[in-house]
Design a protein around this ligand. Structure first.
Ligand code: BGC
Length: 370
């Protein structure tokens, strides 16, 4: 079968041949790939950045945002059946720490995990994948057109649920409200796919959502954000340190820009007892200057929490699928509009290296539903 691979550390991208995987254990599931999304991580890998080939191989098959259809199941599998749409998670555990042993490798303590399509394990930009049932989540047929958004949405689900768990555990008034996020002022920084999907979750919880980016308000991403009830802040006019003075303080800030200087400056907008969730992974090693004393003073004097979040567990994938269903009920086919570019597999070069101004989520099409 065909697969799309990089030679880690280089910009060499190519189609390679791989043996089609088969079910080899009773708890395995074989999925035919329908489409695979592309995100900043894939682009970084294609540009020679962070990625690792499997042991003994020079190439890594990339792709971690998959959506496919089950074509075979081992005899012990109960969660999916042949014909179901489904998605696999990304990370595989170290096999040593408690988190990994209970299928929470997103919280691995040793750092010896692997990630399909990113770190040490071949990914999903290919025709078929086989993996264990514990890593799969079924996607109902009604969500076929947006199921490809499950993985990036699950990244945001984990980050937001971490923030809510922390707030519910420590705030004296949290126990009195069924949903801590309801009516809370939330700022999403960076309206790329992760930021927009985080906004969907926050809006479904009834939060008041603000979104910051540095593009004209009449362009596709701010416009999409406004259709789910968000208020757009143009970061070129309202700088990070002026958000609190002009728009007001925020109970939660969801950071998805990966721009380190902005990540620190935005802390200024966080309210008393606020929580700041970081999901953007800054590239490069450009040093930045921050006023450390001021930062620590603010965190302490305002009881604030700064939390980083990466990856996601199967439970977060289930939350994502459930929220895709809720979003579809609430906004109809609006989420489909997040998928702005579809490339055939042969057009991988363009899909990975070309950036359009009107682009949100780019996907590579691998197959047709049965
Ligand atoms: C993926 C995560 C992964 C992270 C770090 C992200 O793009 O969605 O699953 O853990 O990159 O490699």
């Amino acid at each position: 079968m065909k697969a799309l691979a990089v030679v880690p550390g280089t910009t060499e991208l190519k189609i390679v041949e791989r043996t089609e995987p088969q079910i080899a254990a009773p708890d395995e599931v074989k999925v035919k790939m329908l489409r695979v999304g592309i995100c900043g991580t894939d682009r970084e890998e294609a540009a020679g950045g962070r990625s690792k080939a499997p042991e003994g191989q020079d190439e890594l098959v990339i792709g971690h945002e998959m959506f496919g259809q089950v074509v075979a199941v081992g005899e012990a599998v109960t969660r999916v059946k042949v014909g179901d749409y489904a998605v696999f998670t990304v990370r595989r555990g170290c096999g040593k720490c408690t988190a990994c042993l209970i299928n929470r490798s997103d919280m691995c303590r040793t750092g010896e995990f692997s990630e399909r399509g990113i770190w040490g394990l071949d990914g999903y930009q290919t025709e078929f994948a086989v993996d264990k049932e514990q890593y799969i989540t079924r996607v109902p047929a009604e969500l076929e057109s947006i199921g490809i958004l499950t993985e990036p949405l699950a990244v945001a689900e984990k980050a937001i649920s971490e923030a809510m768990l922390i707030q519910s555990a420590r705030l004296p008034d949290a126990a009195a409200t069924p949903d801590w996020l309801f009516g809370k002022r939330c700022l999403v920084a960076g309206l790329g796919p992760i930021g927009l999907l985080a906004s969907v979750i926050l809006a479904l919880h009834g939060a008041v959502i603000y979104g910051m980016d540095v593009v004209d308000e009449n362009t596709i991403r701010p416009q999409w954000f406004k259709t789910i009830g968000g208020q757009y802040i143009d970061g070129r006019t309202v700088t990070a340190d002026k958000v609190d003075d002009t728009i007001g303080e925020m109970d939660l800030i969801f950071e998805a820009t990966g721009v380190a200087a902005l990540e620190f400056n935005l802390l200024d907008a966080l309210a008393y007892n606020g929580v700041y969730v970081l999901t953007g992974i800054p590239g490069g090693d450009r040093p930045i200057q921050i006023d450390g004393a001021d930062l620590i003073r603010q965190l302490v004097l305002k009881n604030q929490v700064l939390v980083g979040s990466v990856n996601d567990a199967q439970g977060h994938f289930q939350m994502a699928v459930d929220d895709l269903g809720r979003a579809q009920l609430r906004w109809g086919d609006l989420l489909q509009k997040l998928i702005t570019q579809r490339h055939p597999m042969t057009d991988f070069e363009n899909a990975l290296t070309h950036h359009d101004a009107d682009e949100i989520k780019v996907v590579i099409e691998w197959g047709q539903s049965a």
